[in-house]
Design a protein around this ligand. Sequence first.
Ligand code: ADP
Ligand code: MG
Length: 753
Amino acid sequence: MLQALPGNPYPMPTAFTTATPLADDELRGATVRRPAPERLKRRLKLDGAKAAQGAETLGLETVGDLLEHLPRDRREARTVADLIDGETATVVVDVKQIAARAVRRRGMRPLVEATVADASGSLRVTFFNQPWLVGRYPPGTRLMLHGKADGRGRFTVQGHAQTDQRPGGVAAAASTPASGPASGPSFATVGEFVGQETTNSPTVEQRAASVAHYPATDGLSSTQILALVHQHAASFDDVIDPLPVAIRLRERLTDRPSALRAAHFPVEPGDEEQGRRRLAFDELLLAQLALQQRRRHRRIASAAPVLNQTSELTSRWLKTGLPFPLTGDQQAAITAIDADLVSDQPMQRLLMGEVGSGKTVVALYAMLRAMEHDLQAALMAPTETLAEQHFATIQTLLGAEPVRAGLLTGSTPARRRADLLAKLATGELSMIVGTHALIEDTVEFNRLAVVVVDEQHRFGVSQRAALDRKGSGEQRPHVLHMTATPIPRTLALSRHGDLDHTTLKELPRGRQPIATHLCSSEAERERAYARIRSELAQGRQAFVVCPLVEESETLQARAAVVEFERLKTGPFKEHKLVLMHGQMRPAEKQEAMAAFASGAAEVLVATTVIEVGIDVPNATVMLVEDADRYGISQLHQLRGRVGRGQHASLCLLFGRKDAVRLQALERESDGFALAEIDLQLRGQGELAGTRQSGEAMFRFAEFPRDNELMERAHRYSRDVIDADPDLKAPEHALLADALAALYGDEARAPIRA
Ligand code: ADP
Ligand code: MG
């Protein structure tokens, strides 16, 4: 047996997913692969127009596509004796007799009737409209049939395929080459059977085979796909492994051909998962490499102003201008930004923090750094309201500092606008806050050095790129992107892996914690109302959010009216209530909001139209009816409407005590932690924002299961691009090919869609 060399970090060669080293003769006996990847590009030959249509629907054009079409799960095949009437199941059987029978009706093709059996019993099956099956499935053929038993010894076939799989076996590990190219529509039997021999005695108890279930569609069933994969099993050996061996060993991953094979044809339990992980790693790595390349291209394609002079203005502002000390997170963000700004490579940083976490202070700091160098800064927000809010916040935060700042939105009067544009062009105006109005062609800066994009996901690529081009000459501004939507880290990496990340988690000092309680019983409801009355008695205010009615807005509004009347005449009859729902006219809504904001109304009964921007520091209670109906992030957003003043606040969620999502909210106040829990509970596809944005889902990776794999892929992609930016090293050649095949020139665009 080979010995590991002293100091060799790599383990001894082992068989697939085991720690047992291979013996000498095993190593010497191993087949040498000569992959021919061009063979994977052959078009799949399918049996009939329907199947071809099905394959197209599934995106299965080539042999390569087929091999990457993994089973969704595996199910036990049934034995004939175990079939349950009316239940859809799969059986593995041998054909005993098969014959065509003419049908009287004109225009109908003959039926094919067959008797099939496994060791436990036999069935009568009928195939419609496929007379050729008599020739294809002669007695002795082993078939996999998917369908329904009717209890009278008959089986309605929904899918059928020839298979070499035997009842009692695990799916065959097809390791021998196919006997030449597929001959005709039927498939060549491939592979060696792995598993115990079955006996023909019907009295012997059988263990059913496990059958891979593939995502299928009309015209191409899971069973047919399985047959196709068997037919093309030799092509696994044509698959290229793009990963450098050193990485494969370091990351403890199997080689790609084995991974694919294992995902289809596991030999041991757990093989599929090992295989899937390897495929997921490749997929995540390539996506991260594309992002890192994009990041690098923006860096080398453009230089930014170097902001390395002393910081008189900002030091003074931090020390005496700001009415409060920075939180630790804000401090850390500023330190990171400082390091970005002294470089001539443009900053590409994403600042994540929930509403109220103090992002504006950090953004303002970055902008002031530009001003210290007699350069300009711009902040772009997605709506006029947000732009105005930012402008107001900035003015308060600036205090007495003499900074010439302006506000430019779609509703800025023409005169004012002309004045602002003139001063931006000369440099007289050093800071501008605004909306899309900022990126119009007529807006010219004298020397733009720092750009802040708030709620960056609400802008398109071209809009962000347009602002980026407002730098002077060849220079590009430093860019700080901001977002208030907490997303799980893996999602942040897959969406924004080309940016540096900073998170503000800590809420600014003086923020009141919000106690969250789950209320289920009538007694708890009474206590909740009593508690609200006592808050109101102390001069505080409360929100009541009505049950969600998804069917229609009209019904939703009606439910809100009913709840409003009930509370007004019942639990809160001593108090002033105001109602707000989506069917009210804008003026009415504004009136209701104003009444609540001024304190004239003590309780706001509302549907979820409560806008995100609403800020009533005196409100201390958020009551949500039927909270089970809302998603985690929505509830967290609602809860964020309270706890904004100097009083301790309360969130009362009405719903079932065993609702996992509500328990999470009761326990956890951090939006990022809740986003992770949401991901865990709902899976990536369901996650808020993911579906709407139509984000390309990964094919093999799943979250949160592969969170750690994503971190590794991210770290590794950075290492690779740092060491070998253009993937020119020989060990990266195959990676470069894979990347080009997958992303092409897209990876070179400096700003990501
Ligand atoms: P965001 O933009 O993240 O929603 P803001 O920057 O608007 O948050 O800050 C929210 C509020 O908290 C503002 O009124 C701001 O003045 C205040 N604030 C920000 N940082 C601090 C801090 N370190 N200490 C106290 N208050 C702060
Ligand atoms: Mg803000």
